[in-house]
Design a protein around this ligand. Structure first.
Ligand SMILES: [Zn+2]
Ligand SMILES: [Zn+2]
Length: 741
């Protein structure tokens, strides 16, 4: 089975994983991307799969970064079932239409401007109608019940303790080779979070896909967040000001009400008016009331005692815009909870405009404030901010309490992971790149588990016992010339990030190319010629500035008499003859045939067991036959030049051997630091980013190849082909793709 990481990989948002097994394709989550523009653009482009071919969706919870692109999926043809808990399905009935409304409103605003400018108009990602259609495809599940949703695919949702209805999902995939069990953490809550139960601890999984939002942090004020909240409320009320609390409509708002109710009940805060001014929060709270069975013991007890966190004296929910505007007249003594949580949209902005300038007022930030948001400016102590085109002085007190997070911190996540037995790999997702990497390292150090931080679009082949990185889905097979035959490998450091094999090593015998197939390097073998010469230079036989004449008195062609050894290597006319000459010079000094010298001094020391110089009619097994394309016919290159395996051609190698070769050469294991620059000079160029790269091209009858390294990035691309089509284009596509990463 294959697992593709199409979102929440090296980033927090856009959660989306694609499982392929047998004839089926199933998504886990289909979330919207937030944050930087490159990510948000993914919301608009087409999916990296065909929505018509998706058989089912498993949804972990209702937050938009997990559910937000479901209506787009349906708009583009997905008609299968969406499995989610009952509460998640209910919450989606408000979240998805609300998200559609935001998409439509945003596009409408942009289109007004575009039509004034006479430009083509935009289309919203999806509309309310798409969202409504999506809701009809939900199949509500209960926690803890195992259900077979497709032949060979069973799932079970367990409480994730994050928000109402949030699930971590156990997935069993049965194929011919056996059953693989995956556990997707979804978003994981903290222990002792208000209202919801604690996350479910599990022990069995082959592979765990774990979130890492706060994988490197400890929520320090979790213990005393209620006392801090009480303090802020008391202080603000004593000053006679309003307290504004920007909060996510779903989850955070309800948690806050829960805490306020408890403080009121024990008299730690004075009776106070609390306004929930967000239609979405109000609707979400309604749904919370409907699903009391999922509440934790404490909250259920509160309800039984008639102390509902969602209705108490002084608590008001506003719906209409008029109700909301009326709050502007309240000068003090009220708590106003409103969205959005980062103050970058929604009704909270109006309340900030009316209160920020008042020294008796206060703002309490309880959620993550992303860079560039109004909330972050306030948190960073801005003296003046711009709201709806108006400069507003900040005189109100700004407080921050981080302990309200609905995500498990490092300790909580570690504790949860620590319960698993015999996990083969932990994939760390849903965290900023640096956080995910640090957390992954921590998991390995503390729990001894092997981890992978998948890249966006990366694909893995999973079996009960093995994991294989297949590369990056963004570089799809569709971009490869169908006539291409050969092997493509891409490495970053020692990690192979892409590997693909195409076409036949022998068409006549229907032998496919494999990742170990040996290919002819044609003129690319001059890199070995250069190293061979450098080895002799290291022995003091000559320098690269020595005139060729000194090395080979007999039979030196007249055109070569004035050249230095270095000039024999330089690119340009007559390279083949010049390299032939270097071969003869090497043979004269080494006193053995060139091929034997290269084998003993280069291939054997580096461990290039599949590399050597062979005669065309004596190729070892596992070597690709070169094909010349002649119209629509394929012609085997049996008797074409070069028959003689000499230094200008005739070297055969594998992609893995070239990988070993590059790092031995660049690491100084083959030739000395003094001659290395001479060896590399003919192959050096600069990338668009100004980094040095070394690239070896090889073309000959029935073969083409390129191998290229960027030492600064430890990036390496090797394409070996037993044909003449596609190599250059594929190389360009790959380099463009790598550059964008
Ligand atoms: Zn979430
Ligand atoms: Zn999330």
């Amino acid at each position: 089975m294959q697992l593709e990481f199409l979102g929440a990989a090296e980033t927090v948002s856009g959660s989306c994983f694609l499982l392929r097994f047998g004839i089926y394709q199933v998504l886990v989550d289909c979330g919207m991307f937030h944050g930087p523009r490159e990510l948000k653009e993914r919301n608009y482009g087409s999916f990296p799969f065909n929505p018509l071919e998706i058989d089912a969706v498993i949804l972990t919870h209702a937050h938009i970064d997990h559910s937000g692109l479901l209506p787009k999926l349906v708009k583009h043809g997905f008609s299968g079932p969406i499995y989610a808990t009952d509460a998640t399905a209910d919450l989606c009935t408000i979240m998805l239409p609300d998200s559609a409304y935001i998409q439509e409103a945003e596009v409408e605003r942009k289109n007004r401007r575009l039509s004034r400018q006479g430009k083509p108009l935009l289309e919203p990602i999806y509309t309310k109608a798409d969202a409504d259609k999506t809701l009809a495809q939900f199949r509500p599940m209960v926690y803890d019940e195992r259900v077979e949703i497709l032949p060979g695919l069973a799932i079970r949702m367990r409480d994730a303790g994050h928000i109402l209805g949030a699930a971590l999902v156990e997935v069993w995939v049965t194929e011919e080779g056996g059953t693989v069990k995956l556990v997707f953490s979804g978003d994981m809550g903290n222990l002792d979070q208000p209202i919801v139960q604690d996350p479910t601890f599990l022990q069995d999984a082959d592979y765990v896909i774990v979130e890492s939002t706060y994988g490197t942090r400890l929520h320090q004020d979790r213990e005393n967040r209620r006392e801090r909240l009480a303090e802020v409320v008391r202080e603000t009320m004593a000053r006679g000001g309003n307290l504004l609390i920007p909060a996510f409509a779903l989850g955070r708002t309800q948690d806050l009400l829960h805490e306020l109710r408890k403080l009121l009940d024990v008299g730690e805060i004075p009776p106070v008016k609390v306004y929930v001014d967000s239609p979405l929060a109000t609707s979400a709270t309604e749904i919370f009331r409907k699903h009391q069975a999922f509440f934790d013991f404490e909250t259920r007890t509160m309800l039984e005692e008639g102390r509902s966190p969602f209705e108490f004296a002084g608590l008001h929910y506003t719906q209409s815009v008029e109700d909301s505007k009326r709050l502007n007249d309240i000068r003090g003594g009220a708590i106003i909870i409103s969205a959005s949580g980062m103050c970058d949209a929604g009704r909270i902005k109006h309340h900030l405009r009316h209160n920020l300038w008042r020294p008796e007022a206060a703002v309490l930030l309880i959620g993550y404030q992303a860079e560039g948001t109004l909330g972050r400016q306030l948190q960073d102590g801005a003296k003046e901010v711009r709201i709806h085109g108006e400069q507003v002085r900040v005189r109100a007190k700004i407080h921050t309490i981080t302990g309200f997070s609905a995500h498990g911190d490092r300790e909580a996540l570690m504790g949860w992971l620590g319960e698993f037995k015999d996990v083969k790999r932990v994939f760390v997702v849903h965290g900023e790149k640096s956080v995910a990497r640090e957390f992954a390292q921590d998991i390995t150090d503390k729990l001894g588990l092997r981890t992978i931080v998948p890249r966006l679009d990366e694909v893995f082949e999973l079996s009960p016992n093995t994991v294989e990185r297949l590369g990056v889905a963004g570089f799809s097979e569709a971009q490869i010339d169908p006539a291409f035959a050969g092997v493509i490998k891409v490495w970053e450091g020692q990690e192979q990030i892409f590997s693909g094999t195409y076409g036949f090593a022998s068409r006549r015998f229907a032998v496919p190319n494999t990742s170990n197939t040996r290919f002819n390097m044609a003129s690319g073998s001059r890199i070995f010629t250069a190293v061979a010469a450098a080895l002799l230079a290291d022995e003091g036989k000559f320098t690269f500035n020595t005139p060729a004449l000194c090395c080979l008195r007999d039979g030196l062609p007249p055109w070569a008499r004035d050249l230095t050894i270095a000039e024999l290597f330089s690119d340009g006319e007559g390279l083949e003859q010049r390299l032939e000459l270097v071969g003869r010079i090497v043979e004269a000094h080494a006193e053995e045939p060139f091929a034997a010298f290269a084998a003993a001094r280069i291939f054997t020391p580096v461990g290039m067991a599949s590399t050597g110089y062979y005669l065309l009619n004596q190729l070892p097994e596992g070597t690709a036959v070169g094909y010349l394309s002649s119209g629509s016919e394929w012609v085997e290159n049996i008797l074409a030049v070069p028959l003689q395996g000499g230094p200008s051609g005739g070297a055969y190698t594998t992609a893995d051997d070239l990988h070993r070769f590059w790092w031995a050469l660049l690491g100084g294991d083959l030739v000395s630091e003094a001659v290395l620059p001479e060896v590399l000079r003919p192959f050096a160029s600069r990338t668009r980013n100004g980094l040095t790269s070394y690239t070896v091209w090889g073309t000959g009858p029935g073969s083409s190849m390129v191998t290229s390294v960027i030492p600064a990035l430890e990036q390496e691309v090797t394409i070996l082909s037993n044909g003449e089509a596609g190599t250059g284009d594929i190389y360009q596509t790959l380099m463009d793709f790598l550059e964008k990463r």
